[in-house]
Structures are given as C-alpha cells and as structure tokens.
Write a protein that binds this ligand. Structure first.
Ligand SMILES: C[S@@+](CC[C@H](N)C(=O)[O-])C[C@H]1O[C@@H](n2cnc3c(N)ncnc32)[C@H](O)[C@@H]1O
Length: 454
C-alpha cells in the first residue's frame, strides 16, 4: 500500500490525550496526534506531517463528539496558544493530568507502583493568572496587543478584537485594553518604520496588595515621549510601577534584559502564607497565587522539618520556598541564577526578619557539587528547576552524597520522570507524588514529590 501523504484526509477515533493536550488516536496502526480533539471523538482530520512512528493531523470535523466534550468559554480557544483543554470540563482536565503524571513516570522514568495522589484542583479554575505577556504587533495602522497562536509567532488572540482572556485576572484584562489605547495615542514614537518598537508588554499584579507592574519590552532603550506614556499609564490609577526592559530573545529562560524604572519603585509587593515578597520585573514568581499556597504547603509537609535541619532551596527565585521553610528550619541556603531574583530574595529575607536564610547567585549545577564536596551537605534539598529539569551533574551530586529528603517541584512531568528515574536508580525512594493544578485550562502540570535516601 502506498505511504500516506500530507494533505490526505483520514477518519479516526480519539482514545487519549497527549502531554500537549492533543487528541491521540490510531490510523492503520499508526499513532495520530490531532490538536483540539478529545477522547471519545470520531473525527475527520487532514494529515499535516508524516513521521516514522506517528502522523500529525489537523482537525477538520468532529463527526461524533466524545461524551466529555464541552463548549470552550473563549471564542478564540482554537486559535490562541494560551489554553489547550478548555473543550474538556474541569473534572476531566484534572483526571487527565493525574493520569499524565502516572503515565510519564512509568513510560519515561520506568517507575512502576509510585504513589501518585489525585491532583489538587481549584474551586474556580478561571481568571487565576497574575501575569501575562502580550506581544505587540503593528497591524492595519494600529499597535495591537495579543497572544500567540499555538506553535506560531502569529497572533491567535487580539485583546481588543477577541474576548477577554478567561484565565487572566479580570483587572489585568481591563488594564490591557487601556494600555492598547494608550500605546496607540503614543504610536508615532513607538514605530520603527512600519514595525513596532515594542516587542511585548508584561502585566503583573500582586493579588494581596493589588500593586500592578507594567513592563514595556522594547528593541531600543529610549523613544520619544517615553516618560509621558509612563506618566499616563500611572495616571490610570491601576498601575503602581512602569519598567522599561531591553527586549531579549523570547526563549531565554533567565530574563536578563536590562531594565530601567520609568515610574514608581520598579517592583511590586505581595503577601503569601504570612510572608511578604518583593518582586522585580524580571524575577520569577508563580503565576497562580491561590495554588502557589497549596503547592508550598505540600513542599513544607514533604520537607518534614523539626527546626534542626539545614536546607538547600535550589532554583529559589525570589526566595519564596526558602522563606516558607526558614520558619521551621535551622538554616536555609537558596541558590539562583538570576541576579535580580537573588537581590529580591535577600531583600525578602530582611523584610520578613528571617536571618537564618542566605542566598548564593549562580548555577545550581556549578554550586551544589561544591557545597557537598566541602562537606557541608544539607538534610533537605528542594529542587524547583525550569521546565528542562535538573542538569545531570545536580542529580549525580545527589547520587554521590545521599540526602535524607529531597523535595522535587516540577512543571514538566516528562523531565520530572526522567530525573526521578535517575534518582530512583541511585539509592533514592520516590515516596509520593502530588500533582497540583497551577494552570487550569492548559496542558501544563505541576508536581511536588518526596524522595528519601534511607
Ligand atoms: C520554576 S522557577 C522556581 C522559583 C521558585 N522556587 C518559586 O517557586 O518561585 C525556576 C528558577 O530557577 C532559576 N534558574 C534557571 N536555571 C537555573 C540554574 N541553572 N541554576 C540556578 N537557577 C536557575 C530561574 O531563574 C527561576 O527563578
């Protein structure tokens, strides 16, 4: 039989969801991925890519809808890359995420029989995000704020034309509309020929204080009437600080673009779990404040502190987990690559009068082995790496110097499974995995895991 070609249409039943939230079915024995299809659907799809082991296809028509399929709230759901599973009711999303974690541990980590608890979901899984990054495009004579389409650098959701974003905080949605109008008022200074000088605009709000930051990321440090624009943004009454950032490549995980404060203090302040946190423009902070509390409580439980322990919080950001744990530990050392985040973390320790915490700036893969080689191994290590997981040398260090408790926080079940698989093969027991739904309506899954070496 001739090989199937891109452009050909196929009909298939969808049986499962992939780690990217795409429908998964089979056609003549081959695995087929169909974005926007859900389990139980019978669909007609066009093949867009033929790979050795699978076909990638585009959904053309749902011939018979699966029993769980529901109507997405957002009219641009099918275009926008921000959400992936709005066409499934929330309880099904939660079941899918728990299953995904179990499957990843078995398939990638080769870990069977690990205790994976049902995911902890939200009471209200909408409008939870405290942060958004809008891309800025010059189109049809206007500067437009929007979100990228899935897997593309084209806008899939324009904030002014399409509905408001259903996972973003309501006030940030309103602010985005105001900002788009203001950018157009100052458009002349914000254009470089026909292109926008601004690459993106980031909005970040502190849930508990309402303080709100606007970050204007531009390809130039200065442009005409910059201060006036910042002043008008501040005059909206919603914005407490405006920061200008030199645009950096979008895939840089540690945001090192130079920043300059145009209005206010250059940071916002939030409260979480009885602690106060200062956040600068480029420092990492969890985007779902309600679930962050749930996650950190789990980290605290798994750390099992009695007040005597020495703890390392690796990949510590602005020191949130380090400070949560410092209240119950002898001492905590945070390690973080971003200089701005380390400055925030040090300031946060002072703001909270916690003097048993210190922070080291640098790569965990470089600093952790040194700590252990010097003989100052801790009792508890918390790992909360970016999506790519831990560097091999971090895991090798933990294998060489067994730590009584490791708490691994992860936002990628695939790399988590890989790293847990390594540690399980080097003397650790994976005691329990607790998924936490930090990102409803999307395929992203956060997990908190406890490992012991005894
Ligand atoms: C997922 S965030 C976790 C931050 C923090 N634990 C929290 O809950 O807010 C990962 C952090 O690791 C930092 N990072 C990335 N690569 C790193 C590395 N190689 N060494 C140290 N820190 C790194 C990032 O700047 C970011 O702050």
């Amino acid at each position: 039989m001739p090989e199937i070609q891109p452009g050909e249409q196929i009909i298939l039943e969808v049986e499962d969801l992939s780690h990217r939230g795409e429908g998964v079915g089979r056609w003549q024995g081959r695995v087929v991925f169909v974005p926007l299809a859900v389990p139980g659907d019978r669909v007609r799809a066009t093949v867009v890519e033929v790979k050795k082991k699978y076909l990638q296809a585009r959904l053309e028509e749902v011939l018979v809808p699966g029993p769980a399929r529901c109507r997405p709230r957002c009219p641009s759901f099918a275009r926008c890359g921000g959400c992936h599973v709005q066409h499934l009711p929330y309880d099904c999303q939660l079941q899918y995420k728990t299953k995904l974690v179990r499957d990843s541990l078995e398939r990638i980590g080769k870990l069977t029989g690990v205790k994976v608890l049902p995911i902890l979901g939200m009471d209200n899984p909408w409008h939870y995000r405290n942060k958004v990054r809008f891309h800025v495009v010059h189109r049809e004579g206007r500067l437009v704020l929007g979100l990228y389409a899935s897997g593309s650098h084209a806008l899939g959701h324009w904030i002014a034309r399409d509905a408001l974003c259903h996972i973003l905080d309501g006030e940030l949605n309103n602010l985005a509309l105001i900002i788009e109008n203001l950018l157009n008022k100052y458009r002349e200074g914000l254009l470089d020929g026909s292109k926008s000088l601004l690459s993106h605009v980031t909005l970040r709000k502190a849930l508990m204080t309402g303080e709100t930051m606007v970050v204007l990321a531009a390809f130039k440090d200065h442009w005409p009437r910059q201060e006036e624009l910042a002043g008008e943004l501040a005059g909206t009454g919603r914005v407490t600080t405006v920061v200008q950032q030199r645009a950096v490549l979008p895939d840089r995980e540690v945001d090192t673009g130079r920043t300059r404060t145009l209005y206010g203090r250059g940071h916002i302040t939030d409260y979480l779990g009885g602690l106060v946190f200062r956040l600068s423009a480029t420092s990492f902070y969890q985007v779902n404040p309600v679930q962050t509390r749930v996650l950190y409580e789990k980290v605290t439980e798994y750390a099992g502190l009695t007040g005597m322990e020495r703890v390392v919080d690796a990949y510590c950001g602005v020191g949130t987990i380090a400070l949560f744990l410092a209240r119950q530990a002898r001492e905590v050392l945070g390690v973080e690559l971003s200089p701005r985040a380390v400055a925030d973390a040090q300031q946060n320790a002072r703001l909270n009068n916690l003097n048993n915490v210190s922070f080291l700036r640098g790569a965990v893969e470089r600093l952790l082995p040194r700590l252990f080689d010097r003989g100052s191994g801790p009792d508890v290590v918390v790992l909360d790496p970016p999506r790519r997981g831990c560097h091999r040398s971090v895991l090798e260090t933990l294998a060489r110097y067994p730590v009584p408790r490791v708490v691994y926080v992860s936002c990628d079940p695939g790399t988590l499974a890989r790293d847990l698989g390594f540690l399980a093969g080097h003397g650790y027991r994976v005691v329990e995995v607790q998924p936490v739904d930090m990102f409803p309506q999307t395929h992203h899954v956060e997990c908190c895991c406890l490992l012991t070496s005894t």
